[in-house]
Design a binder for this molecule. Structure first.
Ligand SMILES: Cc1cc2nc3c(=O)[nH]c(=O)nc-3n(C[C@H](O)[C@H](O)[C@H](O)COP(=O)(O)OP(=O)(O)OC[C@H]3O[C@@H](n4cnc5c(N)ncnc54)[C@H](O)[C@@H]3O)c2cc1C
Length: 478
């Protein structure tokens, strides 16, 4: 039988697809990359990069207003959203060359623009060109899911796909969805001068997180004047550009009429897997999700799904990790390669909320025997020096001290969690962190201090008495 034209055909040139394409080509594979729009995906154009760039401008505006916290004269910035969004666009432009078609062609990847469909279990066609391959990778990402709210079809609304194109002032923003995207954007727009109201059916913001952690972010948002209707149902929307109305049934059953200049829908995401001709390839969907096994294989063993299209957690770092897992299987026949179960994430509000592993809530729900330890940032000297004492770190261990999960809400939590990612990946115990030296004064000391709590617990009064007897200690005064 004739060999197929390609070793790998990647469908979708975002975070995951680009890593498969670049990695495959540099390892000597013949790779085609099919992209329907522009290389870079959600993360570069409409996700991580613009949202973090916007949050940075918003944070600076907030800190100028509150400069008296650092004994400096506060200012009164009047953010010009058009200028701020131009900076966001410039940040994207700065990163874009890494993801450019020229760069990928230079690596030897056959970059093909267009959206095609599978025409056989081993062939994908784009604009009449049939691409045969040993392995296909579906890396088509996800799009905003828009809930079926009466009136939504005729109401102007924004999603992450249009938000960063805004150049006019946003006087008042209604946000549907208090997950990570809705919460980050609520804080960003609030700090940039918009009057913000958030509505969500869940009883707390960031519903995937423990309530005590999410409450710290919630209090900060409330202090900044952001209003929330949680445990609430959106009943209907109406309006025209610049004048949007949303009716809500609040948690206590009362009706609330919200009015705003803009509406942002951030109420979940749907995988882009519906127009790929999956039937022709023998790839099965369950509902609107791809059936994918623990090695990222679809029901056609030569077709993998990665990143947001695979239907699990939606993070850039996970899509990139998936890419490596698929390359190991497809090129080196490492059939056992599976994604790591240790996946960190972070919501980049101020304070940040970062997580890895099991939460306290999940441990309770699953009946896992566990212990919880906390340490607050106000006990960390660097946090005091920086004037950023909000929040705490929390670890979940088994009764023997083995780490099951960690979460941090506070300044730079997204950076700090990395130590716990390594600890969890290596199956470490809390005790392993207590012996590690952390530079003073760093925020990272919180990682050791929270682990120390476990050690302190082991020191019962009777074990203290034993230590005193064995080592001839005299005991503390008082
Ligand atoms: C507002 C926002 C903020 C975010 N912030 C973060 C963050 O801070 N950290 C983080 O880790 N994650 C964040 N994410 C999530 C992150 O962007 C995604 O998890 C990541 O981009 C997924 O990568 P992917 O390769 O699966 O899909 P994408 O990067 O979206 O790439 C999919 C590509 O496939 C193309 N495509 C779609 N359909 C077809 C088709 N039929 N044929 C050919 N091509 C097709 C698309 O045009 C796109 O280029 C954020 C997302 C949003 C929306």
């Amino acid at each position: 039988m004739a060999k197929p034209e390609f070793d790998i055909v990647v469908i979708g040139g975002g975070s995951g697809g680009l890593v498969v394409a670049a990695g495959g080509a540099s390892l000597g594979a013949r790779v085609a990359l099919v992209e329907k729009h522009r290389l870079g995906g959600d993360c570069l154009w409409t996700g991580c990069v613009p949202s973090k760039a916007l949050l940075k401008s918003a944070r600076i505006a907030h800190e100028i207003r509150h400069a008296d916290r650092w004994a400096l004269a506060p200012g009164h910035p009047q953010p010009d959203l058009a200028r701020v969004m131009e900076r966001v666009a410039a940040v994207i432009r700065g990163i874009e060359p890494n993801d450019s078609p020229e760069r990928f062609r230079g690596l030897g990847v056959d970059v093909i623009f267009g959206s095609g469909t599978f025409v056989a279990p081993d062939a994908f066609a784009v604009d009449g060109r049939r691409l045969g391959a040993k392995t296909f990778v579906i890396a088509t990402g996800a799009r905003p899911a828009v809930p079926k709210i009466p009136g939504i079809e005729t109401t102007p609304y924004l999603t992450n796909e249009t938000l960063f194109d805004l150049r006019e002032a946003v006087r008042s923003l209604i946000v549907i969805g208090a997950g990570p995207i809705g919460t980050e954007m609520a804080q960003a727009f609030g700090r940039l001068g918009s009057d913000v109201t958030v509505v969500d059916v869940a009883p707390q913001i960031l519903p995937r997180e423990d309530a005590d952690l999410a409450a710290v972010v919630f209090r900060q948002l409330a202090d900044e004047g952001i209003r929330h209707h949680l445990g609430a149902a959106v009943l209907a929307c109406a309006g025209r550009a610049g004048d949007v109305r949303v009716s809500v049934r609040a948690a206590d059953g009362t009706s609330v009429a919200l009015a705003g200049s803009h509406l942002l829908v951030a109420a979940g995401r749907s995988a882009n897997v519906d127009s790929l001709g999956l039937d022709a390839a023998g790839v099965r969907l369950e509902g609107d999700r791809l059936v994918v096994d623990d090695r990222l294989r679809t029901t056609n063993r030569n077709i993998y799904a990665i990143g947001d299209a695979a239907g699990g957690s939606q993070f850039t770092h996970l899509a990139e990790h998936h890419a490596g897992v698929v390359l190991r299987q497809a090129l080196f026949r490492m059939r056992w390669a599976k994604p790591s179960p240790v996946v960190p994430w972070c919501t980049y509000t101020d304070p940040e909320l970062a997580r890895v592993g099991l939460s306290e809530t999940e441990a309770k729900q699953r009946g896992v025997a566990h212990r919880v330890y906390r340490f607050a940032f106000d006990g960390i000297d660097r946090a005091c020096a920086d004037g950023e004492t909000t929040g705490f770190a929390k670890i979940v261990t088994d009764p023997g001290g083995k780490l099951l999960g960690a979460a941090i809400v506070g300044a730079h939590a997204g950076e700090l969690i990395a130590e716990y990612v390594l600890a969890l990946s290596r199956g470490m115990k809390a005790q392993d962190l207590t012996g590690v030296i952390h530079a003073y004064p760093t925020l990272a000391q919180i990682n050791r201090r929270v682990a120390d709590q476990r050690l302190k617990e082991d020191l019962t009064p009777s074990s203290k008495r034993w230590l005193q007897r064995i080592f001839g200690l005299r005991g503390a005064r008082g």
